[in-house]
Design a protein around this ligand. Structure first.
Ligand SMILES: Cc1cc2nc3c(=O)[nH]c(=O)nc-3n(C[C@H](O)[C@H](O)[C@H](O)COP(=O)(O)OP(=O)(O)OC[C@H]3O[C@@H](n4cnc5c(N)ncnc54)[C@H](O)[C@@H]3O)c2cc1C
Length: 672
């Protein structure tokens, strides 16, 4: 029997979306538009999803300022900035869709900044010479998240209808389950994903849920590095759980370090690239012994080192390059600026906005400047800010498929788009690996999250339509078994009474990952990182659970997340060890060149159990899988059919000018 896309037998045949950030909400919205009812799970209230923190903006080549920008150039610059590791058809799809996405958000009521003429305003961001970034002050993520949240709330009031159009009593199109922690997927005997097991973080009840498909939109894993610009919930636990169940994890080693954050004991608060987009300049005093306040140091005694080395892009070189330069300036050249509070030179540089009129700063950057003032206690309108690089974003994530269209983009509505290698399991947003290659350009993530959601929704609807049997007809025993498995795991955690402190282990993990697995990587050091991860995995089996309570037990939850963070840390570190080249955010001084011959390929990691308590990673070049009911062979080849890979040369020129002069693969360019 073919499963109808309608809800027969008075059963709401739901699909499941885990994650209510931009990617999750967009996926839900598109599913509802296609008539598919959804269970939406989120660890935190949807409106507190990490997307709310995004500051600077969202890219779209609308070309309002008449600079000659276009989606084609956006595609070129994205793959060039990502050092050619991204599959190009999805990037093309994203760049083509971007203007429409920004107009859609505008219509939804996002209060984007506007020009005096009333047009959408666009600012500059890294890796481009164009004004391509739409923004709502410096709180763009919040405005976008709230707008999409409103759309989804609307569906929370709409009745689910059966195949005859009659309302299913009590069943609304969206059922929102906040404060639930995803524990794992449920698979039927054929390995198809038919639901999830999750834990209610108030009552601690563990329950299995049916879903004709599941989409993980659970964000990034920044907390693996201890302190980062990410929210504390960004442990990557859901991706790790799916990886442990057989989902491929791709390009895990590609971790973005943002050049400008405020060093802090608890977290590293971001000062968005938009500060440089609006004219902020990075510098250090020419004299490293200079103890004057930044604002007292005269112009001629300042070293604007990014502007000097990259005259075209200046302070807006892509993040991988800017972070490396800042790091080198502080660690190798010992040129970090004097901090009057600690009375010594720290690993910090100045980010200076003081020459920009205060009125402009208030209008465009107030959100981030308030953060600086609050946490540093200095007025950034009057004083250059002190900043340093911080772990920020994961280009790597769950491997997802795509179906290429005749014009080189994506076939909208193909059930392959955003599908993982586990049939019925999809992924969208920062949790997927698809759009940014080896380095993400600023303001491309809000875009890729929303675009991935726009693709995932129709893809899942099509997948569901083609199902031979609904998850809602799978025997209950399959769900009982999965629920029992997770309940037993949780009971084991509650019974842990060893000497190790899980938070201390996490601190150790974060310190070693941050120090040895970020901006500069060395094989001998990475070997030690991997050894440490193994030791931490051993010790994590001997923790004492901090809380055994039966209500809101975040201590026991943390023990689970720690175990998953260790698994992801191994994927990141082993991927970094294996990739003997330098590409985008992955930089090995011993292998300074990009090596397209050997490494223009996706790192594909499969989970394996290691010895004792340890995990192990198996890197594969190809893998047979069933996607949307069809047998496919996944390979690590990167689709570079639209823009021929070439060396990145930000010192001498911009990708934009290269594109404009036809220096790139003009012969292969599709019409856009
Ligand atoms: C400080 C900061 C500023 C940024 N500024 C910009 C910017 O200006 N422009 C830009 O393009 N990008 C920016 N980024 C990046 C961008 O914000 C993120 O990549 C993006 O918002 C991620 O969205 P998402 O939907 O994938 O995930 P998130 O918004 O992180 O949402 C994840 C969702 O998954 C849920 N979840 C997670 N784990 C579980 C679990 N185990 N069980 C159940 N639910 C779970 C969470 O509750 C949440 O609802 C910024 C990032 C940071 C850190």
């Amino acid at each position: 029997m073919k499963t109808s896309d309608k809800n027969e037998s008075r059963v709401a045949r739901r699909v499941i979306v885990v994650g209510g950030g931009l990617a999750g909400l967009t996926t839900v919205m598109k599913l509802c538009e296609a008539g598919v009812p959804v269970d939406l799970f989120s660890l935190v209230p949807v409106k507190r999803s990490h997307s709310v923190c995004a500051q600077g903006g969202i890219n779209a080549s609308v070309n309002t300022k008449g600079e000659g920008d276009s989606p084609r150039i956006h595609l070129e610059e994205t793959v060039y900035g990502g050092d050619f590791l991204a599959n190009q058809p999805p990037v093309k799809g994203m760049a083509d869709a971007a203007p429409g996405i920004v107009f859609m958000l505008d219509r939804m009521g996002v209060p984007f900044n506007r020009t005096p003429e009333g047009l959408l305003d666009f600012r500059r961001f890294g890796g481009t010479l164009f004004h391509r970034t739409a923004f709502a002050g410096a709180t763009t993520g919040q405005q976008l998240l709230y707008a999409l949240d409103e759309q989804v709330r609307r569906w929370e009031t709409v009745d689910v209808e059966d195949s005859k159009g009659a309302a299913l009593r009590g069943e609304k199109m969206v059922r929102k389950l906040e404060h639930w922690d995803f524990l794992g997927i449920v698979q039927d005997d054929a390995g198809r994903c038919v639901g999830i097991v999750a834990q209610d973080m108030k009552t601690m009840a563990i329950e299995a849920f049916r879903g004709d498909a599941v989409c993980l939109a659970t964000g990034g894993p920044g907390i693996v590095f201890g302190r980062s610009t990410n929210s504390v919930i960004n442990t990557g636990t859901a991706a790790a759980a799916a990886y442990r169940q057989g989902a491929l994890y791709a390009n895990g080693e590609l971790i973005q370090v943002h050049p400008t954050a405020i060093p802090g004991a608890d977290k590293l608060r971001l000062i968005s690239e938009s500060a440089r987009g609006e004219g902020g300049r990075v510098w250090v005093p020419k004299d490293p012994k200079d103890k004057r306040k930044g604002r007292e140091i005269p112009e001629r005694e300042r070293d604007y080192f990014l502007e000097a080395k990259y005259p075209g892009y200046g302070n807006l070189v892509p993040r991988d390059i800017a972070s490396r330069e800042l790091f080198a300036k502080c660690f190798h050249d010992k040129r970090g600026v004097y901090n009057p509070k600690t009375e010594k030179n720290e690993n910090e540089v100045y980010l200076d906005l003081t020459r920009i009129p205060k009125e402009t700063l208030r209008k465009k950057l107030a959100g981030i400047l308030e953060i600086y003032e609050k946490f540093v206690g200095e007025d950034p309108y009057e004083n250059p800010m002190r900043v340093f690089p911080a772990v920020h974003y994961s280009m790597g994530g769950l491997w997802v498929d795509f179906e290429k269209s005749a014009d080189g983009g994506l076939v909208r509505g193909s059930p392959r788009n955003q599908a993982t290698n586990i049939d019925g399991l999809y992924a969208a947003g920062e949790v997927d690996y698809q759009y940014h290659g080896a380095n993400r350009l600023g303001a491309n993530s809000l875009l890729s999250c929303i675009y991935a959601g726009l693709e995932a929704g129709p893809a899942i609807a099509a997948y569901r339509k083609g199902l031979a049997a609904s998850a809602h007809d799978v025997p209950q025993s399959v769900f009982d078994k999965a629920e029992k498995r997770e309940a037993e795991r949780y009971q084991k955690i509650l019974a842990m009474d060893g000497d190790e402190n899980p938070y201390a282990l996490h601190k150790e993990l974060g310190e070693v990952m941050l120090r040895d697995c970020t901006i500069e990587r060395d094989n001998a050091v990475l070997g030690k990182v991997i050894e440490t991860i193994g030791e931490l995995e051993d010790r994590a089996k001997n923790v004492g659970v901090p809380d055994t309570g039966d209500h809101a037990n975040h201590g026991a939850q943390f023990v689970r997340h720690l175990s998953n963070m260790l698994v992801l840390a191994r994927v990141i570190a082993e991927g970094a060890l294996a990739r003997d080249e330098s590409r985008g955010a992955h930089y090995k001084p011993a292998f300074k060149q990009r090596d397209d011959e050997r490494w223009l390929r996706t790192t594909l990691a499969l989970y394996e159990r290691g010895e004792g308590a340890r995990s192990s990673v198996k890197f594969v070049r190809q893998l047979d899988a069933t996607i949307a009911g069809k047998s496919v062979t996944i390979t690590d080849a990167v689709d570079t059919t639209l823009v021929t890979p070439r060396a990145r040369k930000y010192e001498t020129a911009g990708a934009a000018s290269a594109a404009a002069t036809g220096a790139s693969s003009a012969d292969k360019q599709p019409s856009t």
